[in-house]
Write a protein that binds this ligand. Structure first.
Ligand code: NAI
Ligand code: MG
Length: 503
């Protein structure tokens, strides 16, 4: 099927609206470096309109406003969105692959996850109706208390380019399920499928203003959202530096935020593993999504008894990974998202070389691809813990390796990082896996695998990888405010002060 890029505007109050300043940003296909379309670039004035629309949809007093409707009512829209996404899966997967450079098999997988996530939060929205007025046991029998879970308000959702529609869904689905109304600001590097989500919302008749989509640059469209006094919460996924800027902006109006930031996650491979299986998970853990995953297990710690053989295996498997145009059959590694990202990753590799590390494989652009932001799967050895390549997030297909002797050494090396998003442990000894899982400073630990993620399970990090949890019930709680209601039920007066009439 030939694919054409829909020419969209900003989604504000249920309508496609041209940005006030009429600016647009080109879409560059990272596989060919060609301009294949453009997206609207919002500025503060457009964000203002989007916030107004979301506010109106939240509090509109027509008896059926989004925030006061039942969870079951909202669930119907979430399910309708899920089924439209599945109807358009083939087209959306291609748009995502063209826009982001991710292999088509992966973007197809992402679309299943997007639909699954909307379905899951539809279930949770329905269940929310039954959880209202949950009684609280208080110690005085003259009182009765219960809890109301209410939507937090108008929320700003700022998302990255590595899973463009999926990361947006992780925020949009629970926010809408909770009864919040939202303004989504996708990454300027990959906004196309998020704009299509806007069209899907129009097609299913989502009430105007419930979801608004303002594409554009971070400082121009993201910053006014983060600092807006009428936005009640910001949920952000992206770099630690931008997360910190958003935190400062949100502080001005004491806005709650959740931050899912960068990582430099370890994978610990013990000497009792089956080498082939362990090699495949190690490569998948770092090279999936073209290496651009916040939770990538990009620091390999391998037991010294198997290190030589394991590294040789990794290198031979890595050389066999199909690097090609993301739309080509069987592609397993496409280009990184942009020229800027390409340069950044290549600089990391040159710095590692200049600091004395060894490039075991990769490290350059593949010979057979003359255009596009491609980087071979790269494995770096002879790494010292002080090197930039060991300490900083690369966000590209680069794995670096160190050996260890004991379990204690491995844990110490693993935790010696300012990040704490993920971690993986590979060993046949399940007791050891349990000990290591407990010892790792991370929000997510994989045992005998790396990266699989389910929308029912909590996702998020510790340390500089951020705080707050997305997905699961935790994801819904992000968008709910808990209200205590306490009632005095005795027929006697309270009796603390004396009534003047008795004097
Ligand atoms: P970024 O963190 O700057 O961008 C993420 C989102 O924040 C985008 O929508 C962007 O427009 C927005 N943004 C940027 N500046 C903003 C501001 N001042 N106020 C509000 N919103 C703002 O990430 P970028 O520049 O795309 O990538 C740089 C590096 O960040 C990558 O090399 C990678 O290391 C890391 N990164 C981490 C991600 C993760 O999932 N943890 C995702 C994307 C990038
Ligand atoms: Mg793009």
């Amino acid at each position: 099927m030939a694919i054409s890029f829909p020419n969209r505007q900003l989604l504000i109050d249920g309508e496609w609206k041209e940005p006030i300043k009429k600016k647009r940003i080109p879409i560059i296909n990272p596989a060919t470096e060609e301009i294949i379309g453009d997206i609207p670039a919002a500025t503060a004035e457009d964000v203002e309109l989007a916030v107004e629309a979301a506010r109106k949809a939240f509090t509109r007093n027509n008896g059926r406003d989004w925030s006061r409707a039942s969870g079951a009512y909202r669930a119907k829209y979430l399910r309708a969105i899920a089924s439209k996404i599945m109807e358009r899966k083939s087209e959306l997967s291609k748009l995502e692959a063209l826009d982001s450079g991710k292999p088509l098999d992966e973007t197809a997988w992402d679309m299943d996850d997007v639909a699954g996530c909307f379905e899951y939060y539809a279930d949770l929205a329905e269940a929310l109706d039954g959880k209202q007025k949950a009684p609280i046991c208080v110690p005085l029998e003259t009182f009765k208390s219960h809890v109301l879970k209410e939507p937090l308000g108008v929320v700003g959702l700022i998302t990255p380019w590595n899973y463009p529609l999926l990361m947006a869904t992780w925020k949009v689905a629970p926010a809408l399920a909770a009864g919040c109304t939202a303004i989504l600001k996708p990454s300027e590097l990959a906004s196309v499928t998020c704009l299509e989500l806007g069209e899907v919302c129009r097609e299913v008749g989502l009430p105007p203003g419930v979801l608004n989509i303002v594409t554009g640059l971070g400082p121009e469209a993201g910053a006014p959202l983060a600092s807006h006094p009428h936005v009640d919460k910001i949920a952000f996924t992206g770099s630690t530096a931008t997360g910190s800027t958003i935190m400062s902006a949100a502080a001005q109006s004491v806005k709650p935020i959740s931050l899912e930031l960068g990582g430099k996650s370890p994978i610990l491979v013990f000497d009792d593993v089956e080498l082939d299986k362990a090699a495949e998970w190690t490569l998948f853990g770092c090279f999936w999504t073209n290496g651009q995953i916040c939770s990538a297990t990009s620091r390999l710690l391998v037991h010294e008894n198997i290190a030589k053989e394991f590294q040789e295996k990794l290198a031979s498997w890595a050389k066999n990974i199909k690097v090609s145009d993301p739309l080509e059959e069987g592609c397993r590694l496409g280009p990184v998202v942009s020229e800027g990202q390409y340069v950044k990753v290549m600089n990391f590799i040159s710095k590692a070389k200049s600091e004395g590390a060894t490039i075991l494989c990769g490290g350059t652009r593949p010979q057979h691809l003359k255009k596009g932001f491609y980087i071979e799967p790269t494995i770096i050895t002879d790494v010292d813990t002080s090197m930039q390549i060991w300490r900083e997030e690369v966000f590209g297909p680069v794995l670096c390796v160190k050996t260890f002797r004991t379990e204690e050494d491995a844990i110490e090396l693993a935790n010696d990082s300012r990040y704490g998003l993920g971690g993986a442990v590979l060993s046949k000894d399940l007791e050891r896996c349990e000990r290591v899982s407990k010892a790792l400073q991370a929000g997510i630990v994989w045992v005998n695998c790396s990266q699989p993620c389910f929308c029912q399970a909590p996702w998020g990090g510790t340390k500089r990888s951020g705080f707050g949890r997305e997905l699961g019930e935790w994801g819904l709680d992000n968008y709910l405010s808990v209200k205590q209601v306490t009632e005095y039920i005795s027929s006697d007066p309270w009796g603390w002060y004396q009534s003047p009439s008795k004097l």
